[in-house]
Structures are given as C-alpha cells and as structure tokens.
Write a protein that binds this ligand. Sequence first.
Ligand code: SF4
Length: 612
Amino acid sequence: MDKAKIDRILGQVGKPVRYMGNEYNMVVKDPSEVLINFAFAFPDVYEVGMSHLGMKILYHLINEREDTYCQRVFAPWVDMEQKMRENRIPLFALETGEPVAGFDFIGFTLQYEMSYTNVINMLDLAGIPLMRRERGKGHPFVIAGGPCAYNAEPLADFLDLVVMGEGEEVINQLLDEYAEWKKQGADRQDFLARAAGIKGVYIPGFYDVDYNHDGTICSVKPNRPGVPSVVQKRIVRDLEKAYYPEAMIVPYMNIVHDRITLEVFRGCTRGCRFCQAGMIYRPVRERSASRLMDLARELVKNTGYEEISLSSLSTSDYSQLEELVKQFMDEFQSRRVSFALPSLRIDSFTREFIEEMKKVRKAGLTFAPEAGTQRLRDVINKGVTEEDLINSVTQAFELGWDTVKLYFMIGLPTETEQDLEGIGDLAAKVRECYMNLNRGRKSRRLKITVSTSSFVPKPFTPFQWVAQDSVELLAQKQEFLREKLRIKGVTYDWHDPELSFLEAVFARGDRRLGKVLLEAWKRGCKFDGWAECFNYSAWLEAFRASGIEPEFYANRPRDKEEVLPWAHIDMGVTTAFLRREYEKALRGELTPDCRGVCHGCGINRLEGGLCP
Ligand code: SF4
C-alpha cells in the first residue's frame, strides 16, 4: 500500500489520529516475515474500539506468537470512508497501512447488534467478498467473537467462523491449526473442517436450518459428518494464570476509557434475569489482589498512565475488593495514580467504602435500581430494596456528593403503570433525602439524572422467550415518565425506542435476517448506534424489500417448545435453568446470589466444574 496516499487524505478528515497508528506500545513486526497476518477488527470508531478490554488482551496475546502479526482496524468514520472510496484506498490496518484483504484472518468482535452493518461495510471497503460462499483462495477467513457471537445467526451468511466463549482459550489452537494448513496448501474447506474440530469453534456454513410453515425454526443440523451438533463455549479455567498484557497501547487522542483497565474477575453470581452478561460469562473466576497489584505496577511503568480502572461485572462482589483498594491507595496515592470503579450495586455502599471512593472519584455516582417497585425488582431478581437505595444516596449526600444518576429499564416483563410511577416516586424520594440533609440550603447544586433504557430480550437469559413492548408502547411509557419526572433538580434521559426495537430483532434473529442487513447496508445504514447516523426509515424499507416483518422477531413471545435460532449453541447455563428462572420471575420469586447456595445453573458441566 502506498502510505503517502493515506497520508494525503488524512488532512482532509476529522480526527486523523484515528487512522495513523504508531502509538506508544504498538507492536511492530515485518508482515512479510510472519506466517500469519491477523487483522483484529472493531466495527466502530477508534476511540470506542481502543477502549475495549478484549481487544487489548487478544492483540497482545496473538502478538506473543512469533509466527503471527496481529494488527488493528476500526470502522472509518463517514468522512474518512468517503475519502477512502474517492481515492480508491481499501480498508487498511493501522500498524502497517497494509490492506486487510491480503491478511489471513479478519477477526471482528461483536459487542452490540447495531454494529452489524459496520461489519458489512468494512468487508466491502476492504474489497473482501461479503458473502462467505463467494470467498475463495487468497481471501481472508472472516471470524467473529464477543458476546453477540453467541447468536451470530443474522451474520451467518457473512462469517466463515465464529468463536464461542473466551477467545484466549481458542485463538492459539486455531492459529496452530491454520499454520499447519497453510504449510500444506490445502483448500479453504479443509481448513474450516479442521477448525470445526476445535472445541468452541462454530462454522455457520456447516449447519442447515429448516423452517416450519409458521416461520419458526424446525431444526438446525450439521450438514456434514464430524461436525458437532452442539457447539460448546470455551472458558478460561484459571484466570490467575491466564495471559494478561503488561503493556497496553497508549493512544494519542482521547478515547472513551483512557486509562489502564484491570480485569479483577469474570462472571457474576447475582442472576439478574434480564442480563445476558450475567449468564454468558459464568462461572465466576477471580484474580488475586497480589496478581492485580503486580499487573498494576507493570502497566503503570509501561504506559505512564495515571489512572487505573477496575473492570468486571458487579465489581463490589470481588472478594478482595477492600484489600485491593487499600493496597492501591497505599502504593499509588503518593504517586498520584488514581483508580476508578465502575458503577456499584446499591446494597454494597458501606460508609468506609464511599469515603475511600471520595478520595478518587469526584464525578457523580450511578445507582441502578433498574425498576420502580419492589414487585418488579423481584421479578427481575435484582435483589435490592428501596431502603438500600436511600441508604446509599444518603451516605453519598452526607459525604458531599450533589450529583447522582439513577438507572432504570422500562418495558420489563409484567410491568404496570404502578411500576412506572414507582420510578418517579423513587426520584422524588432521593430528592427529598437530599433536601432533608441540606435543609434546602444547597438545593441548586443537586442534580439527579433519571435514565431509562428499554428492555431488550436477549438470548441465553430467563427472558429469552418474552415479547418486547412495541415501539409505540415504549414511546408512550417514556412520555408518561417525562410528565412524572417534572421535578426540580431532576432530568430525564431515555433511549430511542426504535433502536431498542432493532436490537431486539437482531439479538434473537436467525439467518434469514442476513438479507435485511444487506438491504439496510445498501440503503446507507452504518454506525446505527450513533444518533446522527441512525436512519430508521431506511431500516423499515430494508425489511419491506426483504419480505421480513421485524415484529416477528421483537414483539412475539416464544413458545417454550420453539427451536430458538441458537439452539445448537451450549453456553453452559442450561435451558432448563433459564426456564425455571423465567417461571420464578412470573411468580415474583427471588433466586439468591449463588455464592451461598448453588442453584444448579448448569455451568459446572464445563471444564470439570469450576464453581466450588
Ligand atoms: S453452578 Fe451453581 S454456583 Fe456455579 S454459577 Fe451456577 S448456580 Fe452459581
């Protein structure tokens, strides 16, 4: 690739640093000296992709291999894409500027459904045939992983391989197999057949889907011998010993999370019934505080960052959190290295803990009651009470915070008007709590933001069978809340219900939706998660042109006997457990945190059982 050609257009686009590479700690190799060139593709802009922990881990892990060079590629923003197309510059990797079409693999991470059109757009910009059937000798293998890969069926026509579960476990096995295959010079199908033998690798082309007359799925079956009828996810057995990079790339521009990220543990035992992450990342595996301190020291030394953030689901559940926080403060406070915690559960705020946090966190605090009444919080198994919330905000206000954010979901199963009213009532009570503490004196400083997202039923959750509220109903609920939340000091934020509707369509979609993705992309849809790019009417046209009704996917309850599009994927937690949880939800029964008592979710069938 003529790098000068790229350099010439950089002056004509916004944020050219997105496309320049050469950051501190970028891995430099000679692509002609390695056997395998791997493009790690993030289907969103640089500053979003560079904040993603999975990319940081896999980029450095793959580059540990002498025979492989992993480079990065992000979705070029609209202005850059236009210049690239005008100047016939194909999609290129940041490290070398080489076109990714010449690589051995292009590996997409699928973090959210609304990035799917960007996957297609990036393949097109690269000059790689969009459909897997059209790819042949000399084309890269298009591979995907990440949370949405557990139901990658809407992208089944575009992907050669999908990795189920934790990439660290699979990637080296896959690359070893590829290295063997490449040396032998066998054909493309031969590599896919070899890859299908690796646990956790799913080859969409090796499965046929049959449909019933009513449009539901009749069966998903392998179409060749030697292919597993069910693909089981992979998990890292021992997180303490698992690879973690001791250096991370330091970008030259602001990114969403511009700091060191330390993953303290994986998995969650709380069992919130709407939460896909809480199910798919089981079981819980922790890193010790001493391992995290060692990593923190190395990362601070190797990056120069002055902020570390802890990452995991429900970080307050980390068994060594207080010890870790104390060690951090003792060692790093004098060196002016601060640390940040993600949002915490509202029943986890001890006064001492908030005091520690106050030393490092000046911005507002986020609390997530998720639902407005205790009845609905029990349905979703949130396991927190109004008292927990009031206690936590009281302590926060007493320690000087004036800004809090309250996070809720609307459209949850069994929701009534009373539950929506409950959201307004909670906001009013939080305000009252502040006013009582400050006797009205500093009320002008108070800022309560109530934020609602719309419930999206996700695969592999107890609510995977539930219908989503229609766009119209969600809009009415938001209007109701706008009225209810006209309270001094309270602002209301909401998510676009049309976007949530499309998320629901693709989250539980099947491979027939590939047509819609293609039609939407042809109509200019890309960066659909960005309000300035989202074009709902183009999406509706794409559904019409494909003869597919989106409501069939989003607004239809599934029968418990229905074959779901992901029926051939085993993510560990069993369907029987999910069903039990769904039925308990309808009865308003709680399932307590399983660190006390195991509820037999099924994950212990994997890797000989990792839960005690
Ligand atoms: S196997 Fe038991 S303890 Fe482990 S995650 Fe499942 S329910 Fe919890």
